[in-house]
Ligand binder design. Structure first.
Ligand code: IVH
Length: 677
């Protein structure tokens, strides 16, 4: 592609998509390095072709992590990012440039770890935490004070001397390696998507709407930037030492550096030593120490000139390709997978790596038996980044992408603008049929206990079920005789199927496997449309009028409901008792579970509105009161509960319950404990 205009458009689209994956879905597809490289290429092209610049280009903004459900706060000083480089030479050049700008003065620098988490800004007044705000889009962030207060290493009140009346301190919220591994182990057991890296896990956790779950996950925080009018010292290093005295966690790695040679030594030392740290780091940061010099150097629109980040290269290994397999997903997408001679990489053995799609296979120009470079740049799934062409056998053939579905033989199709080849035989291709059953029963969907990947396959292959609606006619007897399941498993499966009839409508929408309707979109749809009959008859215009529903999603929904088989499955699910509309509070049962209890509601909730909670308290015999006193029995706390309320409740020893606990108390089953990420 030589046309710069086309390249620029392509890069912008790709970067926008990756930004969305990273900031909204917390699920990046590419490494930071690849992202940075694309961004740099786009920056260069826009510089060379100023006529093609666009104020809305991804180069003009810092990423955004804003989430609905949190109150937004404008940062008094914008939260910028850091200029970064992967080259030691460029760090050295930056040192020289800084020194030149300062008129030849050689500045003392501070070397620090670049913690790989999510940034946070804390505001303190009179030694007390006032609020905690995420970076957001740099200008404004989400108020996550309640969640931050669960992090034990963050001081809520400060100790020591020289504390300014008001100051801001910025740092990084991280999930230490051991907590990250524990969390992912549990998610694997629960069949939930794994977090790609501790950074995504930290960012996702910080945005959870349930502070007690946040508390369980074990976040930690390191601080690296003090801002205010009356700081104790005139340099960064001493200010951070003071902050440490006040109770903040400031990394021991912070070091004063007096020359380029010191900087290079610091880089060489940490290149390996960082692997012994309890938290993930993705590089080092160098800062000019003197605040006066910082002031002289100033900022660009995106980052301070007085600091630079050096990013560590991703770990890489070379191994031989055994063969490429082509796997069919539940939506029919064909994924090429490189099956490799096992190789050790950053502590784990790698045998398989996704090649993503045909474009990537073609770009890499992989031949049979090639020696491939594998990288694990902060992501869990390793990635093939290149071929050692010198080691190639000259007779070996180029790996060809399949033209027909490896499972059912149907010719593959490719949609315009999409990288993926797809098997269009949606209703006859076995891995797609099984994949949709597997998705339906999954924990985040209908959560049918006893059926996972393996049992979905058995149920299908033994002919017990052909589609998801058949689940509801299964008997324990059939499971035992035809399926070969034991007594206990059969019972468990039947119970799980029965319980799935209580799953909220939004999860049913997600469970249906409508292309492009993921968890978030399903929630949006269910909450704005509220029943399936309405959803089935909506036009493109009506669908796209819903927030975040674009034409591609809308078309996919219309196409899905146009298929008679899908409508028939929905009717069968409906008659089986699966929820096809949102649960109405009016239908809630009455009880005296809360008889005589005074309950204060505070914060924002995920499962019902505040008004609905008021109604529920009354339906169950309780009383909703406005403010906390000795007479309060419970505080029903959502997100962003005010710190003063939290403090008061804690002081008076009043139990604070989250919405799941509350719903449990009134006998509503706890299904949706996860977050609205
Ligand atoms: S200084 C105005 N120091 O890296 C610059 N940032 O790529 C303030 N980060 O948004 C940032 N470790 O989230 C600084 N020792 C460190 C850091 C650090 C990690 C993060 C931070 C920032 C991002 C920039």
């Amino acid at each position: 592609m030589n046309d710069p205009k086309e390249r620029i458009t392509r890069l912008r689209d790709e970067l926008n998509r990756h930004n969305y994956n990273y900031y909204v879905l917390n699920s990046p597809e590419i490494s930071d390095r690849d992202f940075d490289m694309m961004m740099k290429e786009l920056e260069r092209l826009e510089r060379e072709h100023p006529d093609l610049d666009d104020p809305l280009s991804p180069t003009h903004r810092v990423g955004s992590d804003l989430t609905q459900g949190f109150t937004q706060v404008v940062h008094e000083r914008p939260m910028l990012s850091l200029a970064n480089t992967y080259s030691i030479d460029e760090v050295d050049e930056w040192c020289t440039r800084v020194s030149d700008t300062l008129g030849g003065e050689t500045p003392t620098l501070v070397g620090e770890m670049k913690f790989d988490g999510t940034s946070i800004s804390l505001l303190y007044r009179h030694g007390r935490l006032i609020r905690a705000v995420t970076r957001g889009d740099g200008e404004k962030g989400d108020d996550v004070t309640t969640n931050i207060m669960t992090i034990k290493s963050i001081p809520l009140t400060l100790k020591g001397n020289n504390i300014p009346d008001e100051f801001e301190i910025r740092g990084e919220i991280v999930l230490p390696w051991d907590a990250f591994e524990r969390l992912n182990r549990q998610r694997a057991i629960d069949e939930e998507a794994l977090f790609a890296n501790p950074r995504n896990a930290a960012a996702g956790t910080l945005k959870m709407l349930n502070p007690s779950e946040v508390s369980r996950r074990g976040l930690d925080a390191y601080f690296y930037y003090l801002i205010g009018d009356n700081l104790p010292a005139d340099n960064h290093y001493d200010n951070m030492l003071q902050a440490r005295e006040w109770g903040f966690k400031v990394s021991d790695s912070m070091t004063l550096l007096n020359s380029i040679a010191d900087v290079d030594r610091f880089i060489n030392y940490w290149a390996d030593t960082r692997k012994t740290l309890p938290v993930a780091t993705d590089g080092l940061v160098f800062k000019v120490n003197s605040l006066r010099q910082q002031l002289n150097l100033g900022f660009t629109a995106k980052s301070p000139r007085w600091a630079i980040a050096y990013k560590f290269p991703a770990e890489r290994a070379l191994t031989k390709l055994r063969y490429v397999s082509f796997e069919v997903g539940r939506m029919g997408v064909i994924t090429p997978v490189a099956n490799l001679e096992p190789v050790l990489l950053s502590g784990t053995t790698v045998k398989r790596a996704s090649l993503h799609n045909a474009d990537i296979v073609a770009q890499l120009d992989i031949h049979e038996g090639d020696m491939l470079y594998v990288e694990k740049g902060g992501e869990i799934i390793p990635k093939i980044t290149g071929v050692d062409t010198a080691a190639r056998n000259p007779d070996s053939q180029r790996v060809r992408f399949v033209t027909h579905c490896p499972a059912c033989g149907t010719p593959l199709v490719r949609q315009e603008d999409e990288a993926a080849w797809v098997c269009p035989n949606k209703y006859g291709c076995t891995p797609q049929l099984i994949g949709r059953i597997e998705h339906y029963v999954g924990r985040r969907m209908m959560n049918i206990d006893g059926i996972g990947e393996e049992n979905s396959r058995i149920l299908f292959e033994t002919g017990l079920i052909n589609d998801i609606a058949d689940l509801y006619t299964l008997t324990a007897e059939q499971l035992k005789t035809t399926g070969g399941f034991g007594n206990r498993t059969a019972e468990r499966i039947i119970e799980g199927i029965e319980a799935s009839k209580q799953v909220p409508f939004e999860r049913v929408v997600y469970a249906l496997s409508i292309p492009y309707v993921g968890e978030t979109v399903a929630k949006k749809l269910a909450r704005s449309v509220s029943d399936i009959d309405r959803l089935m008859e909506m036009s493109l215009e009506e669908l796209t009028a819903i927030e975040d529903i674009g034409p591609r999603i809308a078309e996919s929904i219309i196409e899905y409901f146009a298929v008679p088989l899908n409508r028939e499955i929905i009717e069968r699910l409906r008659s089986a008792g699966v929820r096809m509309s949102v649960d109405k509070i009016e239908g809630a049962t009455r009880s005296d579970a809360l008889a005589g209890k005074s309950i204060v509601i505070s914060g924002v909730f995920a499962r019902h509105s505040r008004d609905e909670y008021k109604e529920l308290i009354e339906l169950h015999g309780g009383k909703n009161v406005a403010s906390i006193s000795k007479k309060t029995d419970y505080v029903l706390a959502g997100d962003n509960m005010g710190p003063s309320k939290l403090e008061k409740a804690t002081k008076l020893g009043i139990p604070i319950i989250d919405e799941n606990r509350f719903l449990e108390m009134i006998g509503e089953k706890d299904f949706d404990t996860e977050t609205l990420l």
